[in-house]
Design a protein around this ligand. Structure first.
Ligand code: XXG
Ligand code: FE2
Length: 340
């Protein structure tokens, strides 16, 4: 067990920065399909936010040569927590970069790190506020994405990554395991929801998806209907459905670069200190879809690369071989499912 340095107090995932290969195409997807609001735009960068948030943005799209995650932006509780985050990663021997003026528009003093598992994380407190759109009912015609709800990471050594996120204050709400105790996926939270990030075992570091919340269950269906009416059904990868894990309603879309976007709503409260962890058997066919609908192959086997602090793709590390051996038909994980 590592002796962890003092961790920063993480409030939530504030934004994600994605490198996209065709900014105009991505703009069309994030505004016309997802109906996110553009809060700022330059020649090579677009900032977008969900309806309910008061931060400057939840998504940054930056034009670049290769589609990749540039960072997850974690909001911390106060400006001092940014110092703590910097000290935390320095003590772990990770590369860090601090910018008092911020790395992107709308965000002040921030530190970016490449974490021990290769993921690009940013920690910030200072942010430009924008008006919440909650009373702009004239804009609600299209199902509104109200919040950035969570992100999902693929990592080769799930147990070690879990321990590290535990040191950062994340608690486990749900997990998928087998009879030998191998963990295939976990859902961890700092807010009182089921998760702020989720870990899937597999070759990594990779970004599996980002997820926005909608207010009501029927909004998930409304969005699927809208995409159908726009004759864009190829954008739908999985769902609509109800998850076993989290109990939430879901729909997965793929953006023009293949980034996976989940539309998600109505999981449950997890804020008590003794919130019980739910364990799902990897062979339970309702764990990922409560109605038993099969999960499409691409959902298990495709994910996006991440970049380091210099913008270079982080090399992939194979999944721990031990757990790979134990995967059986219908089992979980970011891996080859035998029999397919
Ligand atoms: O947010 C999620 C997910 O990680 O996207 C996937 C909640 C549950 C699931 S699962 O497919 O495991 O039910
Ligand atoms: Fe998700």
């Amino acid at each position: 067990m590592t002796n962890w340095p003092t961790a920063p107090d993480i409030v939530r995932v504030g934004y994600v920065e994605l490198i996209v290969t065709d900014l105009a195409k991505s703009r069309d997807f994030y505004t016309n399909i997802l109906n996110l609001e553009v809060t700022e735009e330059t020649e090579d960068t677009i900032y977008l936010k969900s309806l309910e948030d008061f931060l400057h943005h939840n998504v940054v799209l930056r034009q670049g040569p290769e589609a990749a995650l540039a960072c997850f932006g974690w909001r911390v509780r106060s400006p001092e927590e940014v110092d703590k985050a910097e000290a935390f990663y320095k003590a772990l021997g990770c590369r860090t970069e601090r910018k008092k003026e911020g790395f992107v528009s709308g965000i002040g003093d921030a530190v970016r790190v490449q974490d021990p598992f290769g993921f690009p994380y940013e920690f910030f407190y200072e942010a430009t506020h924008t008006p919440r759109g909650i009373r702009e009912f004239d804009k609600h015609g299209v199902p509104a994405l109200v919040r950035l709800d969570h992100v999902n990471q693929v990592t080769p050594d799930l147990a070690a990554t879990m321990e590290y996120l535990g040191a950062l204050g994340f608690k486990t709400s749900e997990q998928i395991t087998d009879e030998d105790g191998t963990i295939y996926a976990t859902w961890v939270h700092v807010t009182s929801t089921v998760h702020d990030t989720s870990l899937t075992a597999g070759p990594g570091p990779l970004l599996h998806h980002i997820a926005f919340a909608v207010a009501e269950r029927h909004n998930v269906l409304d969005l699927a209907d809208r995409i159908g009416a726009l004759r864009q059904s190829h954008l739908i990868e999985r769902g609509p459905g109800r998850h076993g894990v989290s109990n939430a309603m879901y729909l997965y879309l793929r953006d023009p670069d293949g980034f996976r976007i989940e539309i998600y709503t109505q999981d449950y409260y997890t804020g008590d200190p003794d919130n019980p962890t739910i364990n799902w058997d990897v062979h339970d066919q309702q764990r990922r879809d409560w109605w038993g609908n099969p999960v499409v192959h691409s959902w298990y086997n495709e994910a996006s690369r991440v970049v380091d602090l210099d913008g270079n793709l982080v090399p992939l590390v194979a999944r721990n071989a031990d757990s790979e051996e134990k995967v059986t038909v219908g089992a979980d994980g970011f891996t080859v499912v035998k029999g397919e």
